[in-house]
Design a protein around this ligand. Structure first.
Ligand SMILES: C[S@@+](CC[C@H](N)C(=O)[O-])C[C@H]1O[C@@H](n2cnc3c(N)ncnc32)[C@H](O)[C@@H]1O
Length: 343
């Protein structure tokens, strides 16, 4: 049985892989003052370790589950995450729920698709891209490498907006819409809302439109560049929301390779020299297009609660509130467009 190596990128600390049996580390010769990117090769699982020799042979699901969790956790993922991933794949490929697994009442037949998914996980591909969907606010969104995988913090932002505008009919624009998870969810939660989303990526817009169709949400999507705004909306909006790119390029070394190698850089990164570039640009757009007393909502990098508050106040916004997520980190901001009210 052959061993097929696969690379795992590690930016500064490949040492944690050195003791892994069969690992090999390649380091570049020169170092020009920049963080050195080493490539770590881990031995790929042998087919016999993961494949049931003959697909006609049925296998007990619990045994299979334990085998795969062991596989993922010994090579790459913390144990609890490995369990969660295998549960998720069993459900996706075989319709086997956690309850089925606990009762041990199903037998697996063709394990090829699920084993391919396990290998993709071991190559660092996020599970949401492997199965082509991600949960968000109780619904399933189509995702692939053209869009950011929707995050939990963003669900909290959407919850905050839905709570604040319950029983209202806001006109809402989402800037940097990606998969469309924010405007589509808001439209479905607040059916009387008039909702649109914009993005600079045509590829992301096509995923967003697909999601709106599948979920039966009446949302309009447009191309627009937040940093060079020339979209002519026929009416003002009462709510402007954005989860813009906010990760500093300098933070790359602390990020997981799953994110760096697979999620779109356009959705994530901003220049270290001006990390608030999108907040400033979008807040300025808000001054132009928000109704008097209209509300601006942002998802933010936890390091920037105070500077974003100052920025919004300088631009004439009032009632600026920084809100913590469930982990107690500053992750959301809301501000009122009082400048227009005073004009
Ligand atoms: C952090 S992602 C957010 C995606 C989605 N709203 C979510 O919360 O999952 C940022 C989005 O902004 C888009 N974007 C990046 N630069 C942009 C620009 N100059 N104008 C408009 N959108 C931009 C990216 O394509 C990406 O979809």
């Amino acid at each position: 049985m052959t061993l097929r190596d696969f690379p795992v990128a590690s930016y500064s600390n490949p040492d944690k892989y050195r003791d892994w049996a069969g690992s090999r580390i390649e380091s570049p010769e020169s170092s020009s003052g920049q963080a050195t990117r080493h490539t770590v090769y881990l031995p790929k699982v042998r087919d016999s370790d993961v494949t049931i020799e003959n697909n006609d042979k049925k296998m007990n699901t619990k045994e299979f589950f334990q085998q795969q969790v062991q596989q993922l956790s010994s090579l790459m993922y913390p144990k609890e995450e490995a369990k969660h991933l295998v549960f998720w794949l069993l459900e996706h490929h075989h319709g086997i729920s956690r309850k089925d697994l606990l009762m041990d009442r199903k037998l697996l037949k063709d394990t090829t698709p699920i084993l391919e998914s396990i290998n993709a996980l071991l190559e660092g591909k996020p599970i949401q891209y492997i199965i082509g969907k991600a949960p968000f606010y109780g619904r399933e969104f189509i995702v692939d490498e053209r869009v950011l995988i929707p995050r939990r913090e963003t669900e909290e932002l959407v919850y905050w907006i839905c709570e604040n505008h319950k029983d209202q009919a806001p006109s809402l624009l989402d800037i940097g819409t990606g998969s469309g998870c924010i405007p589509i969810t808001i439209k479905l939660e607040l059916p009387r809302a008039k909702v649109s989303g914009v993005d600079i990526s045509e590829e992301a817009l096509s995923v967003a439109r697909q999601n709106a169709d599948r979920l039966n949400a009446e949302v309009t999507f447009f191309f627009a560049d937040a940093l060079n705004w020339n979209l002519d909306l026929s009416t003002e909006v009462s709510v402007l929301v954005s989860n813009p790119p906010y990760v500093r390029v300098g933070e790359k070394s602390q990020m997981k390779t799953q994110v760096l190698d697979h999620e779109p850089g356009l959705a994530l990164f901003v220049d270290d020299a001006d990390p608030l570039v999108f907040y400033r640009a979008i807040a300025n757009i808000g001054v132009e297009i928000l109704k008097p007393n209209g509300l601006l909502y942002f998802e933010i990098n936890e390091a920037f609660g105070s500077p974003i508050k100052v920025l919004l106040e300088e631009l004439g916004y009032g009632d600026v509130k920084v809100r913590k997520d469930m982990q107690g980190r500053d992750r959301m901001v809301r501000a009122t467009n009082i400048k227009r009210r005073d004009l």
